[in-house]
Design a protein around this ligand. Structure first.
Ligand code: MLT
Length: 412
């Protein structure tokens, strides 16, 4: 019989959000009248910006006309989008990124899951704990993580960097050598950030260790505080050690449209078995052109519209709407005397579960007593135990209602 990739046997349970969805479905079946409000998966609820809709219509019309119809596009993305990204995202921040260092894709989740393929399975990875599950699970699938220790809830070859209230959610630079470091700022799930000085320390460490930083900046548009970098390429030296993932999902409501991109500078290198340097830009280009046939033309035109002046103004209004939800949630939690973090530079609020409850116990309590869905912190890693994530991506009225229910229905 055909054998399987045995690394899959090491994956822990279901993918977190699939497990949350499974439990919510079961609850709704048992309680068909319950009006469940989801503050769980970070999925957007506001419609696309008018500039995006206009661009979509125009692109659809082009596809209907033989003179402007397009088939396969460049796998790396059309030049119009790659150049718009350089001009709107990177140039204003004086971050040196060239259009041919950008690879457009169907979203940052695919990119941050797939990119590890170009690295050897003998590399050591460092991840924050808690962490966006995709980083770890895709390395488990590739066999880069060693065995799972039931007692600690950790893989033996992975360097976990605990981020808890005790260390202000700051990942500590490892004492030993690691090869690949995953950083997400603003952070999912904790909603916390690194300052420029703190990020510079990571860049310096990566240089010293000849390591690569995989930097997820999917939430950069939610930054409100001055000292938080909007891209790792603002940091001196980052071009030699970092790869950056970005997305239009949370930025412009593209979760159902699918468009993201990855920046692989031509100045980052890996090493071949005989010790020669190999360009990671070339390797990712090889992988991308082999396994991906490009993001849909109409979606790329829509993404281009996000990057126009009108588009930028419109998406910033939507982001302000979500950040107002974050404020409502924070205020509600303060009124309830609960401890929470984040929600200032990110659409996520990370709260401490009350009275020492486990994350899943609090998940059940919130669902059963208040018909509210959140995400259990332990699903993001062992250090997430005792924490819980709420998102600000909901409808404004439903968010107010959810906070009211927490205040009045939760038996604490
Ligand atoms: C989340 O809730 O963490 C995100 O929606 C997951 C994702 O972006 O894939």
């Amino acid at each position: 019989m055909t054998t399987i990739n045995k690394n899959y046997l090491k994956l822990q349970g279901n993918y977190l959000f699939a497990e949350v969805a499974r439990r919510v479905r079961a609850y709704k079946e048992e309680n068909p009248k319950a009006n469940v409000i989801s503050l769980g998966i970070g999925d957007v609820t506001r419609p696309l910006a008018p500039a995006v809709i206009e661009a979509l219509h125009k692109a659809v019309d082009e596809m209907a006309d033989a003179a402007t119809f397009r088939g396969y596009g460049p796998e790396q993305g059309y030049a119009f989008l790659r150049e718009a990204i350089v001009n709107t995202i990177y140039k204003p921040r004086k971050a040196e990124v060239a259009a041919d260092e950008i690879f457009v894709s169907d979203g940052a989740k695919s990119d941050c899951g797939n990119l590890q393929e170009i690295f050897g399975t003998d590399n050591t990875i460092a991840i924050t704990d808690p962490v966006y599950p995709v980083y770890l699970d895709t390395n488990v699938m590739a066999g880069r993580t060693g065995f799972f220790d039931e007692a600690t809830g950790m893989f033996d070859k992975v360097v976990y960097m605990p981020c808890t209230a005790e260390n202000d959610f700051l990942p500590q630079i490892p004492q030993k050598h690691v090869d690949i470091i995953y950083l997400c700022c603003p952070n999912n799930p904790t909603g916390t950030t690194l300052s420029r000085v703190q990020l510079k320390a990571w860049v310096d460490y990566a240089k010293k260790e000849k390591a690569i930083i995989l930097y997820d900046a999917a939430y950069a548009y939610y930054i409100t505080e001055e000292d938080v970098p909007h891209t790792i390429f603002e940091i001196e030296g980052a071009r030699d050690v970092a790869i950056e993932f970005r997305s239009f999902s949370k930025t412009a409501g593209f979760t159902g449209m699918r468009c993201g991109y990855t920046v692989v500078p031509k100045t980052v290198f890996g090493m071949t078995p005989d010790g020669t340097k190999k360009s990671l830009n070339e390797m990712w280009n090889r992988r991308h052109t082999t396994k991906f046939n490009g993001t849909a033309y109409i979606i790329q035109r829509a993404a281009e519209a996000v990057l126009t002046e009108k588009g930028q103004q419109q998406i910033k209004e939507t982001i302000a709407y979500y950040m107002n939800n974050a404020k409502v949630i924070r205020q509600g939690l303060s009124d309830m005397g609960m401890k929470y973090y984040g929600g200032v530079n990110a659409p996520y609020i990370w709260l401490r579960t009350p009275e020492g409850m486990s994350s899943w116990e609090f998940f059940d309590k919130l669902l059963h007593e208040a018909d509210i869905v959140g995400t259990p912190g332990s699903g993001f890693g062992p250090s997430g135990e005792g924490y819980f994530r709420l998102t600000a991506f909901g409808d404004a009225k439903a968010t107010v209602e959810a906070v009211e229910r927490m205040k009045t229905r939760l038996k604490l």
